[in-house]
Design a protein around this ligand. Sequence first.
Ligand SMILES: Cc1cc2nc3c(=O)[nH]c(=O)nc-3n(C[C@H](O)[C@H](O)[C@H](O)COP(=O)(O)OP(=O)(O)OC[C@H]3O[C@@H](n4cnc5c(N)ncnc54)[C@H](O)[C@@H]3O)c2cc1C
Ligand SMILES: *[C@@H]1O[C@H](CO)[C@@H](O)[C@H](O)[C@H]1NC(C)=O
Ligand SMILES: CC(=O)N[C@H]1CO[C@H](CO)[C@@H](O)[C@@H]1O
Length: 340
Amino acid sequence: MYTIAVIGGGVIGLPAALAIQKEFGSKAKVIIFADKLSPHTTGDVAAGLWTPYILQNTPQEKVLQWAKATQDYILELWKRGEAKDAGISLQVMVNLSDQKEFKIPEWAKITLGYSEIPAEEVKSYNDKYAKRFTGGFTFVSFIWEASKFLPYLQKKFVENGGEVRVKNVQNFEEVAQFDVIVNCTGLNSRFLVPDLLVRPVRGQIARVHAPWQFHCFMTDEEHGHYIIPNQECVILGGTHQEGDFSTAISEQDKKFIFDGCVKYIPALKHAPVLKHQAGLRPGRDQVRLELERRNIGGKEVKIVHNYGHGGSGVTLSIGCAEEAAQLVKEALKFFVPSKL
Ligand SMILES: Cc1cc2nc3c(=O)[nH]c(=O)nc-3n(C[C@H](O)[C@H](O)[C@H](O)COP(=O)(O)OP(=O)(O)OC[C@H]3O[C@@H](n4cnc5c(N)ncnc54)[C@H](O)[C@@H]3O)c2cc1C
Ligand SMILES: *[C@@H]1O[C@H](CO)[C@@H](O)[C@H](O)[C@H]1NC(C)=O
Ligand SMILES: CC(=O)N[C@H]1CO[C@H](CO)[C@@H](O)[C@@H]1O
């Protein structure tokens, strides 16, 4: 039997652990090591919107492949009637742009439907909000709420024979006895790998009670705002602060978020706040998904890296998990499993 350690139990780690179980079945024992689980991971702060976002130079064809795989997976759960338990909702998103040359992004073509907002409608938004939008598009997409799907996936993982250990792994030596180590440690990869290319992109949001708000609204302005309904709350956002490591709630950000969102939907002013949250997106020049063979104390240790998903961890999770499982398979080629 192969023994595989997955470090990290967030939006990236849990799907990877499940994909490995699916690939190897009873031929592998998979153990997740994580010092934080839902509701304490970065994904628990996320809105859960399926949209490729803050990915910098990650190759476009990879983004499309991973995002599409995730969408297919969510669609399958949706069709099976598991939307409520898995935290899924299907919504119409409105995205307005103030870029000089507005262009609908590549990924729109893999959504469940999209259309450009006609010029006269953009003009009416501009008149209404005193803005200078140059274009925009609507698209149909899923919201996949991590605080619901993480417990849902964890249950599946354990039912499949997986084990979760709440533990901080300080160095490779601690897990070097595993046949393969899969690193899904998010921002912490900065310190663990160590990989200084990974840096925080802080995001603060507010969760409010507004059960009458049903469509998702956002802009791509530099300091833009977004309004994203979840099943039991609506998320008002948000900030993108590069290099900021603080998860403390900022009063100034609270005001920025509310003032900005209320301008678009005035009734939100009276929506009761359920909580304010701040999380650190694992920003990186590009997602790192690759196999490394590292010599530790004379032994070759195989590590599959899977981190740096920026503002799209939810969106890319399943696609990256499937590829991580293939890398684990590659790592184990010609390898004789250890006897348990
Ligand atoms: C405000 C905000 C809004 C967002 N909105 C969206 C959105 O709408 N759509 C979207 O796709 N994405 C969104 N994101 C991005 C998304 O949340 C992240 O990309 C994603 O959570 C990253 O997942 P991760 O599993 O890599 O990291 P994390 O969720 O941070 O998980 C890391 C895991 O590794 C574990 N770990 C780390 N170091 C160690 C160690 N040494 N030993 C043991 N365990 C360790 C942690 O305990 C944890 O389990 C948003 C993020 C923020 C902050
Ligand atoms: C909104 O659209 C712009 C292109 O106009 C795109 O760059 C941006 O990522 C989109 N935002 C989201 C959250 O999908
Ligand atoms: C995240 C990463 O690539 N490296 C870390 C993976 O987890 C081990 C745990 O042994 C850390 O020590 C690594 O540095």
